[in-house]
Each structure stands twice: as C-alpha cells, then as structure tokens.
Design a protein. Structure first.
Length: 163
C-alpha cells in the first residue's frame, strides 16, 4: 500500500495540487489523504471505503484507475490471504502431505462418517415401541365387553341394563 500511496503523492505533486485543494475537491479530510499517501491502512475502519477513496483519488489525479485498483486488490490479497501463493502453486507428490499443508475451513470437505448413528437408531426404536404400546392400550380400552350366556338368560330373552 505504501507504493500506491507514494505513486498517488507523486502524481498529486506533479499535477501541482495541494492536499488542501484535493481534500476540498474530493470531500475528504486532509488526514485521510495523508494516510492514503503514507500507506497507513490501519487509519481506515473499512477496507472497502479505503478502496473507494483510492479509486476516487486516482480518478481525480487523472491516473489509470483500473491499474491502481488491481494493485490495491493484489495488496489486499497478499495481506489477507491465509494460504501463501507459494503453497498453492507448489506441487506435492503425496496427496496426504498436500492435504495437511494446505487446508482451509472453507474448502475442507466434511467427513460424513462422523454422524453418530447409535443415538438416532435408539431414539427411532424407542419411538416405535411407544407408538405400539399406545395403540395396544387404546385398542384394549375401547373394546366392548362381550355378551355372555349369563346375560342371555335361558336363551330367549335379553336382559337390558337400566339405570
């Protein structure tokens, strides 16, 4: 980022523009412009706003915005990348060594064998047993008592219960 800042400062000086004039034209503070020219990334809360400031500043100075934007993106990639470029481009003979050396939580394939099957199986069997018992209890409690020969009397008459 320091190289980008130096480049912007050289272009500003070459164009004969003061920090105050650039600050006023870009609606940015002088401190922000100084931090950009010094390459002080930590002075900005948001990296996306810094990128926009650099683009606006480059456009204001008549510089190639695409070239500067690419350089800024390269800088941010190098700064934020967890895996070094050398590790990515280096070829390994053993896939196990490559797997151990280059790993990212975003590209790691989760192992499906880690799913615990015993608790799921026990819960399923338990639910089936509970359902079977529930249906047996309902069936037993809903049965009507059978009519027996004692209720029929001598075989020709039915006795009715009255309350």
């Amino acid at each position: 980022m320091k190289e980008i800042g130096k480049y912007l400062k050289q272009a500003r000086v070459k164009n004969g523009v003061s920090l105050e004039e650039a600050s006023e034209d870009l609606n940015m503070s002088i401190v922000q412009l100084e931090n950009i020219e010094e390459g002080n990334v930590r002075a900005f809360k948001d990296i996306f706003s810094l990128r926009d400031y650099v683009k606006d500043y480059a456009k204001y100075l008549g510089l190639n915005v695409n070239k500067l934007s690419d350089e800024f993106n390269d800088f941010m990639f190098e700064r934020t990348s967890k895996i070094s470029l050398a590790a990515v481009t280096e070829k390994k003979d053993s896939s196990k060594e490559e797997k151990d050396e280059i790993s990212s939580p975003y590209t790691k394939i989760k192992d499906k064998k880690n799913i615990p099957m015993k608790p799921i199986l026990l819960i399923t069997i338990g639910l089936i047993v509970i359902l079977i018992l529930f249906f047996i209890i309902i069936r037993i409690s809903s049965k009507k008592p059978p009519i027996t020969s004692e209720l029929l009397g001598n075989g020709s008459e039915l006795y009715e219960l009255t309350y």
